[in-house]
Design a protein around this ligand. Structure first.
Ligand SMILES: [Mg+2]
Length: 390
């Protein structure tokens, strides 16, 4: 079997783009992958075009060898753009090989270890009461693991979409979350994603403003380039951390896993290097008794690839999913993805099915017609005009 083409499709899905990648073969069997570097799709397409040049004619069954060739076949190896491209191709290679063999992708990863994949839901609010109502709605719909977004603070004369003041945010978030925990009791698993917007001092003050037991996890309070900064924060707070959605290799994960800095591995299969690299990160995490808590903010292909990863590893907590009763994102369009994996009727979990490959398919004509639109994440500033993280 030989690879005959690799086709990137940047698809506008209403509020941002999804970068879908198709790998075709001379046997007629094909696979789909997705890249996770949201907002920089054109750069990833450039990398895919380089890889396409030497992958055409290669045997797609040599998944691990092709990963090594893509990663190591250049002097300037690694980095988020290149591994986002490798991720999409690697996922597509798994999909096409599993379809060729007539087995689900998890069968290539060691077989399934669970019958369903538990998920967490996400919710955001403009007031504490709205947040409590949303959390209660999720709990009553079977979502026992809930991640809260950064509070929306509306102030007169300011565009909330572009202003972020950390001290105002942490005061509000700490008060709201303390109230949520009081309102819903001890059973719910609660966390917050701070989208790496705080400094070490701000993150510590945020945690210290809440009673012990308020939060079960704190996702990405600060940026992750410096593991030592997280170690400093670790010594000041005792809330478990969930870090890793931006990591583009096992090497990025290693200090966080080996030095006990993170307590959940927020792996992103579409950024870290695909399923090949994800299984290696999972093994390193397993050796340190750390569970995966995958980042899954993209579309149906990322969701399916993450489900197969979750099925095949033992150390697993919850998978992010953006279709809870408190979210209405149009990332899983039934026309664009005529075959995809849907949440179990019981609520907050995906079934681990038997369909060959990833268990998805894409309407290629529609993917072509929903063409790319330039989209930028908000460029946030503090009120003094200085830039801060989105
Ligand atoms: Mg996050």
């Amino acid at each position: 079997m030989k690879i005959t083409d690799i086709k990137p499709y940047p698809v506008w899905v209403g509020s941002r783009n999804q970068l879908l990648v198709k790998v075709e073969t001379d046997e007629g069997v094909y696979g789909w992958g997705e890249s996770g570097l949201s907002g920089r799709e054109m750069a990833v397409i450039g990398a895919i075009q380089h890889y396409r040049n030497f992958l055409i004619g290669r045997d797609p069954r040599r998944i691990g060898a092709l990963w090594q060739e893509m990663y190591r076949g250049q002097y300037f190896e690694g980095g988020r753009v290149l591994t986002a491209a490798i991720s999409a191709i690697d996922i597509a290679l798994h999909d096409l090989n599993a379809k060729f063999l007539g087995v689900p992708v998890y069968q290539l990863l060691g077989g399934k270890q669970r019958d369903f994949v538990p998920c967490f839901g996400h919710t955001e609010a403009y007031s504490q009461q709205q947040l409590i109502d949303n959390v209660r709605l999720l709990l009553s719909s079977g979502w026992n693991v809930i991640r809260v977004g950064i509070p929306h603070l509306e102030r007169e004369g300011e565009s909330e979409a572009h202003i972020f003041e950390p001290r105002e945010s942490i005061a509000t978030a700490a008060a709201w979350l303390t109230g949520v925990r009081e309102a819903v009791g001890l059973e719910a698993v609660l966390g917050i994603d701070y989208h790496h917007r705080l400094s070490v001092a701000e993150a510590a003050s945020f945690c210290q403003r809440m009673p012990a037991g308020t939060l079960d996890f704190l996702e990405e309070p600060i940026r992750d380039e410096t593991p030592e900064a997280y170690e400093a924060l670790r010594s000041m707070v005792d809330i478990p951390f969930a870090i890793g959605e931006e990591f583009a290799s096992k090497w990025a994960f290693m200090p966080y896993l080996e030095r006990g800095i993170t307590n959940f591995a927020r792996i992103d299969v579409c950024n870290v290097g695909g399923l090949t690299e994800s299984m290696k990160v999972a093994a390193i995490a397993e050796a340190h008794y750390i569970d995966l808590m995958p980042h899954n903010p993209l579309g149906s292909i990322c969701t399916a690839a993450t489900i197969h990863l979750a099925a095949a590893v033992t150390n697993f907590a919850w998978m992010e999913v953006r279709t809870s009763p408190t979210e209405a994102l149009n990332f899983y369009d039934d026309e664009l993805f005529p075959m995809q994996i849907k949440l179990d009727m019981d609520g907050a979990r995906f079934p681990v099915g038997d369909a060959p490959g990833l268990g998805i398919d894409v309407n290629e004509e529609l993917a072509q017609s929903h063409s790319f639109k330039f989209w930028e994440a908000p460029h946030l500033v503090r009120r003094d005009g200085s830039y801060t993280n989105w």
